[in-house]
Design a protein around this ligand. Structure first.
Ligand code: WTA
Length: 655
C-alpha cells in the first residue's frame, strides 16, 4: 500500500471559497437543516428518504446490521424498481413529460416520454419473460448509449432479473470473463456502434465472447448501424423481431427490498475484476435522495445531463435509477465530445436548454485544452448546477468549469463515491455549502465518513490518512458476486477492529475539517476516471509470448489524471538492430485486445530488470519515479540496489 503521506506532498494550498448566491440558496432543495435532521436520528432520516419511493409493502425495520458487513435496508419492504422509475410518473399525470432527449452521434434524435418509456420497458419485459429470463437470472448488456440499453436495464429490474452492464469499449475477452463469472443467460447487444463518426461492429466481440459460454441461451441484437453481422441461428435474435411484437402492457411484480438489482464489475487490486452486487430498496432510496439534493433537481423545469456511459456506475445511478426515480427530463448522448466538432456538448446544452450538467474532470481538462473560445460560441445560460465525478478535480479545472461553463455563477459540486458505494457519499450541497475548489468537503446528511491513520484513529484537522466510511449506508454494496471472502477482505479487514469500510482512497482534512481526496492508495489506477488495476494490465502483458515479466504503474498525467506506464522484460531481450518499437506496438495492441483500448499503456519501457525487494515484491514506487521523470527515491530495501541504475541507463521506451 502506498503511504498516503506521499500523496500529501500534493496538498492543495487553495483557499478560495464560493458560497451559494442568495438567490440559489433561497430556492434550493437542501438547506443546512438537512445535516441536523440526519444527525438527530440517522435511521429515521433514511426512513423519511425512503418515502420518496412507492412501496407495495412497507418495511418493518430500517436497517439490519446484525450480520455485518452484510447489510439489509428497509427489511420486509417490497417494491418494483422499474415501476418507481417509470409507471408511477405516468400514473401521476406526467406521461407526456419527456424522460429522455436522446441524441445520436450522427445527429439523429428521439424524444421519449414517460408514457413511451412505460410501453418500451413493458415490451422488453414481456420479451425477457418469453426468453425464459426471470427473477435473479443474469443478463449481460453490452451496448453503446442507445435508448434500448436503458429499456433493457429497466426491463431486467421489472422482472427481477439482474443486469450486468459491460462497457461497450471493453474487449471480447473482458466481456467473456464477465459473462462467465456471472453465468449470464442472455446477452443484449447491438450490431455496431458509432465511434468518432464511423460505424464500428460490436457483435463480433459478443460472438467471440459467448463461443464457449454454456450459460448463454440467447443473444438479443438491436440494429443500430446496419453493419453486417454473423448470425447463429437459434441463438441470435433481433430486438425488432422479438421485442416489437410484444404487448406494451406489463404488470410489475413487487420484489423484496433486498432483491438483487444488478452486478457491475470493477477493477480491484488483483487481476480478476470484482462483480459488485447492489440490491433494490436501499440503493434506489439513496440514488434518488442524492440526485434530488446534490443536483437540486426540479423535475418540472430542469433539463439534466450526465455525460457518463451506462457501462459505469455513474451511468447506472445518475442516468438510469436516480434521475428516472425523480421524474427527470434528461439528455442522453450517444457519441464522443468531439464528433463532429469540439463544441458538440455545448451545442447540445444550447439545443435542449440543459440546466444541470454532470461530467468528469478528465473531460473538463480536455475542454480547457480545446480552448474557452469553443463554449463561448454557444448559449450556455440555461446551466445552473455543474457536477464533477470520477477523480480528484484540481482547483484550476474547477475554477475554469465554474467561470467558463458556469458563467462564474453556477455552483460546482465535486461528488466523491464509488461503484461500491452505489451513490454519492461526499459532496457539497449546492444551496448550503460554501464550495472550495478541489474539495468534496463533507459527507452528505445521513452518511458517515472519516479520515483515519494507520491504526484507525481519526486524524486531526490538517492531517492526512485513509478515507473510511464508519456507518452502513442504504446504497452500499451487498457483496462481491460469488466471493464472500473477498468482500470481507477487500473492504472490511483493514479496519476490522473499528468496523470501518476501507475505501482505498487517501484523504486529508483541511483546517475546517473539510475532506480533500488524494487518489488511490492501492494498486488501482484512475485513467480518465476509469478504474484499472495495475495487476490487470500486468496479467495482460505477461500473457503475450514475448513478455517475461511486467510491472505497471499509474503516472500522473495532465489530462487523464493518471496514465498507464508499463515496464517489461522481453524474453530474449530486444532483437539486435531493433529499437523495440515493433514489440512495443504489438504489446499495446495486445492489452487493448485483452482488456480494451482504455487500458492501453501510454508508454511501455523495455527494461533488463525490475526493482524488487528481498521478498520479491516489485517496488512500484521506484518505477513511478522513473515514469514521472523524478529523481529515484530510496533504494535501500531493494534486493539489488544497482537495478535502478540499470533501468535508468538502458531505457528503451516508446509511446
Ligand atoms: C475516485 C466512480 C476524488 C476514487 C463514481 C474512488 C474520486 C474511485 C471522486 C471510484 C471525486 C471518484 N474525487 N476521487 N469526486 N469520485 N473518485 O468505482 O479514487 O469508477 O475510489 O466510481 O474514483 O471509481 P468508480
Amino acid at each position: 500500500m502506498t503511504e498516503p503521506q506521499a500523496a500529501l506532498d500534493n496538498l492543495s494550498t487553495e483557499t478560495r471559497t464560493f458560497p451559494p448566491s442568495e438567490e440559489f440558496a433561497a430556492q434550493a432543495n437542501a438547506t443546512a437543516a438537512l445535516y441536523e435532521e440526519a444527525a438527530a436520528d440517522r435511521e429515521a432520516f433514511w426512513a423519511q428518504q425512503a418515502e420518496r419511493l412507492s412501496w407495495d409493502t412497507r418495511w418493518d425495520q430500517v436497517l439490519d446490521w446484525s450480520e455485518a458487513p452484510f447489510a439489509k435496508w428497509f427489511v420486509g419492504g417490497k417494491l418494483n424498481v422499474a415501476y418507481n422509475c417509470v409507471d408511477r410518473h405516468v400514473e401521476s399525470g406526467h406521461g407526456d413529460q419527456v424522460a429522455i432527449h436522446w441524441e445520436g452521434e450522427p445527429g439523429d434524435s428521439r424524444a421519449i416520454t414517460y408514457a413511451d418509456l412505460q410501453r418500451e420497458v413493458s415490451k422488453a419485459a414481456n420479451a425477457l419473460t418469453e426468453l425464459g429470463v426471470g427473477a435473479e437470472d443474469r443478463v449481460a448488456i453490452y451496448m453503446p448509449m442507445v435508448p434500448e440499453a436503458i429499456f433493457a436495464m429497466l426491463a431486467c429490474a421489472r422482472v427481477g432479473a439482474m443486469h450486468s452492464v459491460v462497457f461497450g469499449g471493453f474487449s471480447a475477452e473482458a466481456l467473456r470473463t464477465r459473462i462467465e463469472d456471472s453465468q449470464a443467460k442472455l446477452v443484449i447487444t447491438t450490431d455496431g456502434q458509432y465511434r468518432r463518426g464511423n460505424p464500428a461492429a460490436l457483435k463480433p466481440a459478443v460472438d467471440e465472447a459467448v463461443a464457449n459460454a454454456k450459460s448463454v441461451e440467447h443473444v438479443l441484437v438491436v440494429k443500430r448501424t446496419s453493419t453486417d453481422v454473423d448470425w447463429a441461428e437459434g441463438r441470435d435474435l433481433w430486438w425488432h423481431d422479438v421485442v416489437d411484437r410484444q404487448s406494451d402492457q406489463h404488470t410489475p411484480e413487487a420484489f423484496d427490498s433486498e432483491h438483487p438489482l444488478f452486478i457491475l464489475y470493477t477493477s480491484g487490486t488483483t487481476g480478476k475484476p470484482k462483480g459488485i452486487l447492489h440490491t433494490s430498496g436501499g440503493y434506489l432510496t439513496q440514488v434518488a435522495y442524492t440526485h434530488h439534493n446534490v443536483f437540486d433537481l426540479k423535475p418540472d423545469t430542469d433539463v439534466y445531463w450526465c455525460t457518463a456511459d451506462i457501462g459505469w456506475v455513474t451511468g447506472h445511478s445518475y442516468i438510469v435509477y436516480g434521475p428516472l426515480a425523480n421524474r427527470v427530463t434528461q439528455v442522453v448522448y450517444e457519441g464522443t465530445p468531439n464528433t463532429p466538432h469540439e463544441g458538440r456538448h455545448w451545442e447540445i446544452v444550447q439545443k435542449y436548454g440543459v440546466s444541470i450538467y454532470y461530467t468528469a474532470p478528465t473531460l473538463i481538462r480536455t475542454f480547457m485544452k480545446w480552448g474557452a473560445d469553443i463554449p463561448a460560441k454557444y448559449d450556455l445560460s440555461s446551466l445552473r448546477v455543474l457536477g464533477s465525478v470520477g477523480e480528484p478535480i484540481n482547483p484550476e479545472a474547477w475554477i475554469w468549469y465554474r467561470e467558463t461553463i458556469g458563467a462564474g455563477k453556477t455552483p460546482v459540486v465535486d461528488t466523491w463515491w464509488q461503484t461500491e458505494t452505489g451513490a454519492i457519499m461526499i459532496s457539497p450541497l449546492p444551496g448550503a455549502t460554501s464550495a472550495k475548489p478541489g474539495s468534496a468537503q463533507r459527507p452528505l446528511p445521513g452518511i458517515g465518513a472519516k479520515v483515519v491513520d494507520d491504526q484507525g484513529n481519526e486524524v486531526p484537522h490538517g492531517g492526512g490518512g485513509y478515507l473510511v466510511l464508519d456507518q452502513p449506508w442504504p446504497g452500499m454494496l451487498r457483496g462481491i458476486w460469488g466471493d464472500e471472502e473477498r468482500y470481507r477482505d477487500t473492504y472490511w479487514s483493514r479496519f476490522s477492529e473499528q468496523g470501518y469500510y476501507f475505501a482505498g482512497d487517501g484523504a486529508k482534512y483541511d483546517a475546517d475539517g473539510d475532506i480533500w481526496l488524494l487518489g488511490r492508495v492501492d494498486d488501482v489506477m484512475n485513467v480518465s476516471g476509469h478504474r484499472i488495476s495495475t495487476t490487470e494490465v500486468e496479467s495482460a502483458l505477461v500473457s503475450h509470448p514475448t513478455v517475461a515479466e511486467a510491472a505497471v504503474v499509474g503516472a500522473s498525467d495532465p489530462t487523464t489524471g493518471q496514465g498507464i506506464v508499463a515496464f517489461v522484460i522481453l524474453r530474449g531481450g530486444v532483437a539486435e538492430g531493433s529499437d523495440g518499437a515493433e514489440a512495443i506496438k504489438a504489446l499495446r495492441e495486445h492489452v487493448a485486445k485483452e482488456i480494451g483500448p482504455i487500458a492501453k499503456p501510454r508508454q511501455i519501457m523495455v527494461v533488463p530488470e525490475l526493482p524488487k525487494t528481498r521478498s520479491g515484491k516489485i517496488m512500484r514506487r521506484l518505477l513511478r519515479d522513473v515514469a514521472e521523470n523524478r529523481q529515484v527515491g530510496d533504494v535501500t530495501t531493494l534486493a539489488d540496489s544497482s537495478v535502478m541504475d540499470l533501468i535508468s541507463s538502458g531505457l528503451k521506451s516508446g509511446a
